[in-house]
Design a protein around this ligand. Structure first.
Ligand SMILES: NC(=O)c1ccc[n+]([C@@H]2O[C@H](COP(=O)([O-])OP(=O)(O)OC[C@H]3O[C@@H](n4cnc5c(N)ncnc54)[C@H](O)[C@@H]3O)[C@@H](O)[C@H]2O)c1
Length: 342
């Protein structure tokens, strides 16, 4: 059976979705939509499918089974709700939404829709949960192989330029993005940390705009202490002010081993056992038109979303799961007294 797919939002990240839809057997791109006529025309020409001005138009004309939503943060929930109401499955980019309130609208809509048999599903693109290293670490923690976790450290030390924000002004505004570094870049690592360590019960921390204040109103730097169940904490540092990208790092101090997870093209897992053995697991490497710091696992997530579509359960990384990282970072903003209250 071929599944008909629509793409909503034809900007930077859309190339990764187009590649995955092309490469995964049983998927066919049937239309693209973008509110910007130029972006729409470029995408239609590049993919050979019709371009539409909005989600409803695409659904009415192209009859997709699912849409991928890759729009700016403040434009996530609108297209996703339109699709859900039409009974169309949704694979939406992170974050869940630019505000908690908008995020809850999708959680609620999915809950109401979920009561019906054959109800549409919603997946949120936290593709780094599909990295070999993250999956292995999650398995080991679940099986108790590492012993008790004593504490964790995570960092996202990346670079951006003023032009990155000038090219897409929504990225630098509270109204368009709902935040800066935490909601746009470090959210993947926040999601991993809370997924691996059983959630976050309390957040301490502070965010600041250190380098790009002339072009953005949101933060480019953050330091947090995340409190997990059982009294464990993660020290979390993130910034976009570095001269070069460093690999994302996540380190767990456990009773039986010290574990280092590194992102990036030569990333993977290193387990230094207390008895002196050292085990390593290299990350997969893939070639894609996407950027290396987006990780290697978008296609794996998309493939898995479609492979599980006929199962009765909701997709495992749905809006409810995605509320966790949104909640953590919004709390950091609240504590720092920045951004709108929601
Ligand atoms: N998972 C990842 O690793 C990853 C990586 C990059 C970006 N993203 C996410 O993807 C999303 C898009 O990011 P980007 O950098 O590609 O943005 P972008 O600005 O390059 O592209 C967004 C496109 O959406 C269009 N658009 C805006 N509102 C629309 C609407 N209502 N309907 C249809 N089209 C609309 C814009 O005209 C633009 O062409 C963001 O949520 C971002 O956080 C995720």
């Amino acid at each position: 059976m071929t599944r008909r797919i629509g793409l909503i939002g034809c900007g930077d990240v859309s190339v990764v979705h187009v590649e995955a839809i092309r490469d995964i057997e049983g998927l066919e791109l049937v239309g693209v939509a973008d509110t910007d006529p130029q972006a729409r025309a470029r995408a239609a020409a590049a993919t050979g499918v019709p371009g539409f001005a909005d989600t409803q138009e695409l659904i009415d004309a192209a009859g997709p089974d699912a849409v991928h939503v890759a729009t700016p943060h403040d434009q996530h929930i609108g297209p996703s709700l339109t699709a859900l109401e039409a009974g169309v499955h949704v694979l939406q980019e992170k974050p869940l939404a630019h505000t908690l309130e908008e995020g809850r609208r999708l959680v609620d809509a999915l809950e109401s829709a979920g009561a019906r048999p054959g109800a549409p599903k919603v997946g949120i693109c936290f593709q780094n949960r599909y990295n070999l290293a993250s999956r292995r670490l999650h398995e080991m923690l679940g099986a108790g192989e590492l012993g008790a976790v004593r504490g964790a450290w995570a960092s996202v030390v990346w670079t951006r330029s003023a032009d990155y924000y000038r090219a897409r002004p929504w990225r630098g505004t509270w109204a368009g993005s709902g935040g800066g570094l935490l909601i746009n870049q470090a959210i993947h690592t926040l999601d991993l940390v809370q997924w691996l360590l059983g959630g976050v019960e309390r957040t301490d921390g502070h965010v600041a705009t250190r380098k790009y204040g002339e072009v953005i109103e949101v933060e480019d730097t953050a330091e947090l202490l995340l409190h997990h169940p059982g009294g464990i904490t993660t020290s979390f540092f993130a910034t976009l002010t570095a001269p070069q990208h460093r690999p994302v790092e996540l380190e767990l101090d456990c009773e039986r081993a010290y574990v280092t997870l590194r992102g990036g093209t030569d990333g993977g897992l290193t387990i230094r056992w207390a008895d002196g053995r050292v085990e390593t697991l290299a990350e997969r490497s893939v070639t894609s038109g996407g950027r290396s710091y987006w990780g290697v696992s978008h296609e794996l997530l998309i493939r898995d979303f479609y492979a599980r579509l006929d199962e009765p359960e909701p997709f495992w990384i749905g809006p409810g799961e995605a509320m966790a990282s949104l909640g953590i970072l919004k709390e950091a903003y609240r504590l720092s007294g920045v951004g709108p209250a929601a």
